[in-house]
Design a protein around this ligand. Sequence first.
Ligand code: XBP
Length: 238
Amino acid sequence: TLQALIFDVDGTLAETERDGHRPAFNQAFAEAGLDWDWSPEQYDELLAVSGGKQRMRTYAEQSSDFQLPPRFADLDDFIEQVHGVKTQYFQDAIAAGEIPLRPGVERLIRQAREAGVRLAISTTTRPENVEALIKSQLGEDSLSWFDAISAGDMVSDKKPAPDVYQLALSELGIPAAHCLAIEDNRNGLLAAVEAGLTTVVTVEPYSRQQDLTEAALVLDNLGEPDQPFTVMAGNSYG
Ligand code: XBP
């Protein structure tokens, strides 16, 4: 029987990437005096690297004309500081309610609670971003609905490694066989499946073309009664 749902955040709870994280990165880059300005299309490609800090590192290493602005001690210092500023911009946007939950997310969360199914989060982003999103969209008390919020910086390897799902499972204290993961892209799917979880993928525009064969079910979204989801693929339920 199903005992817990484990949600990814970015792309799954809300479409945070293009209109949330991307502009926040660009604002932080401008503030640091960089000429980096990630377009929506470029950002979709950069999403192949999971984790904002890793994304910045990969980009810096691939930009042949990148010069470390003199006020940073080294690349690590640069990434840490600029990513910190980016996180603040992102949280401001979230707190202002600018990024709504995807269709069906709130309904599923509320139905799970009513049915006694426990809730957890497994994400690459920072916990403070998750908390801001959940509180602004579901109310001040809603953080307590989640028994575990596992985030990328709490483990050594980020998605597609299974670590952040294994952490959520151990905090829940429930075997993977009794939990369901909800993801939105290939990196997250691989992480969840490697942790032994049956996984539903609700695709985003950029992940629609990805190989999602390991998913039990691929949907366009979680659906609302007046706005049903479309099944894109499925190997267990399909
Ligand atoms: C999301 C990410 C994150 C966000 C930005 O991955 O890769 O990096 O793009 O957030 P997942 P941070 O959906 O697997 O959690 O900058 O805080 O990393």
